[in-house]
Write a protein that binds this ligand. Sequence first.
Ligand code: SAM
Length: 240
Amino acid sequence: MAKDEFFKNREGNGEFRFNREVAEVFDDMLSRSVPCYSQVRELTSQVLGCYLKKGDRVYDLGCSTGTTLIELAATHKDLDLNLIGIDNSAAMIEKAALKAEMYSGKDNITFIEGDITETPLDQAGAVILNYTLQFLKPQNRTSFLNKIFQSLRPGGILILSEKTVSNSKETNHNFTELYHEFKRKQGYSDIEISRKKEALENVLIPLTIDENKTILSEAGFKGFETFFQWFNFVSILAVK
Ligand SMILES: C[S@@+](CC[C@H](N)C(=O)[O-])C[C@H]1O[C@@H](n2cnc3c(N)ncnc32)[C@H](O)[C@@H]1O
């Protein structure tokens, strides 16, 4: 896995983009930037195991390099799932397809390059939306979640993982400090941390947990539960 040194030797100017350079180091970047990233994937797979039916379609929207779906294919072989990953970064989709070829019986995984807000979704047993909603314009999020809601069969589920903000300024400050401490422990320098923070300004727009639950409710979901939280990182199960 190539080491993420994306912000090591560059000025922090320019918006963050999921381009080829980022795709090259993305797996290392996420494992060192998203607290408990591998546990969240494992929990996602476990939750899916409780709700999926044999032959279900599962979408991973904003699938990046496909890690989640490739692991799902291996864990839930018996369920004969139809796994579809969509991402609008060509470089990510190329990586995902390559990884699927290397690590799995790729027959039941398809990776599609496309905008998740525009690509039609067929009926699905589950949709995974991990750390991606935060990159959509806030005003478009409810209608996008409604599109997901419409695509789910009754009893189908959405897994939503997001970075969030707190209503309290003090808590926000403290959680941000704790997050930066986590990143330092993962080997990122203060300059890398501050350059990435700056590049993500206005690109990654986090909501509070309550705001996320409100838009889920507005989109049609009746029942939702937080199944994982690490300070300001949260994973929610929403059931149709
Ligand atoms: C932080 S990454 C998601 C990580 C991935 N879900 C995982 O758990 O490994 C966000 C991804 O969303 C994709 N993305 C952002 N906006 C998108 C859009 N409108 N349509 C499709 N993909 C999008 C980016 O290209 C990027 O790969």
